[in-house]
Ligand binder design. Sequence first.
Ligand code: NDP
Length: 442
Amino acid sequence: MYVMSIADIKAGLHTKYSHQTIFLQATDEFLKSLEESGLADDFSDEEFRRLERLLVPERIISFRVDWIDDVGKLQSNIGYRVQFNSALGPYKGGLRFDATVNEDVLKFLGFEQIFKNALTGLQLGGGKGGSDFNPKGKSDNEIRSFCQAFMVKLHHHIGLEKDVPAGDIGVGGREIGYLYGMYKLITNSDEGVLTGKDELFGGSCQRTEATGYGVVYFAEAMAMHHALELKGMRAVVSGAGNVATYTALKLLDKGVTVLTLSDRGGYLHKPDGLTEKDIKHVSQDKNKGIELKNCTVEGAIYNEGAVWGVEADAYFPCATQNEMNEAAAKQVAKSAKLVVEGANMPLDAGAQKVMKEAGILYAPGKAANAGGVSVSGIEMAQNAGHYAWTCEQIDGELQRIMQYIHLQCVECGTEDGKVDYVKGANIAGFRRVFEAMRKLGW
Ligand code: NDP
């Protein structure tokens, strides 16, 4: 009987989805880990067929979203939900509103989300959604109008036991509020179908901070495992949104000097270190739509371009996918001891290779940024039980989950005394999902 191989599966994906380069980047990385682990060496034909199915979303929904702008003009965008894999539980993953959103980007994000969610140990499947709606420069009224129109279309496809979206780039607390408000009106129910809600109506304490805090808890576990200490390190943080802000604030708590924050235009560099007041000031300005170049922070210099030329001990890319390429990684490798991804796949394949060859401790987003989805899972549990946990309980659980994810990466990624966190995260996540698929008869 003809038995497939990982190479066959990869070739098949590249033929079929040659136009989806970001999705292929994510699947290539995953298949490489699987190949290196030797796990598939004895796969049966049935197991290869199951692996093939894991690489195809269970469902992709796309819909037109019509809304009215402030001058009364009808506008249209495309909305999507990629329901990638539900073996472990309801689809779970954020919504991204950004001009760059398309099916390729959301398939990559949904695919990563499957393994991230599996690593948390919670019962969550993987999905992702969003729209090519560009929130930049839109009024509050236009944002609300778009969110409401988006939910009119999306509500058919989500549900507490079916699919529970959250935020991502361009979707923060305000947007989740408008989306959830519309869901409640349409369905006459209060089933908490979105996470990242305000605490006034079912949101969890610390969901806003969870991704960034979790990144730092993961970095701490990584440092400790390698007899390093975060305290006293100098860090470069990219991005100036949700993940970057709370990564930077938690780093300050841990005694780390935070040198930078960035946005699409450039970066703020404060050689003496940004203070809590500076970071909160930048965050408030960004929430008002002010670009970094127009944020005034005493002692900080604004530079155009990417942040990777700034020398530091630890790097936290927290903006977006492929923000660090091979050339940038070579600059980073000159001084880095740790590179921990807050964003999803911010290092491209070339940059990952540089980290590996230089022997730099490097954690992929699917492990390090799982704190957000973890607290989302806890928000779902609180909603189901109609009971709010205390912030201390939630922070304790977040720390426990991040340490558990780190442990799984070590268990599945250690070879010759070195931890390959990419391999560890891919293999640990894969094992759980694949076994569930088998037991479900898929
Ligand atoms: P936000 O929208 O709050 O912030 C995004 C930040 O990244 C902004 O500073 C933005 O700059 C910058 N950015 C976006 N696109 C680019 C680009 N092409 N080049 C340079 N900078 C860019 O998003 P989040 O902080 O929520 O998300 C950041 C990353 O973290 C994403 O990869 C997301 O998928 C990931 N993530 C988020 C989670 C969450 O809980 N929110 C959970 C897990 C992962 P500007 O202000 O100029 O737009």
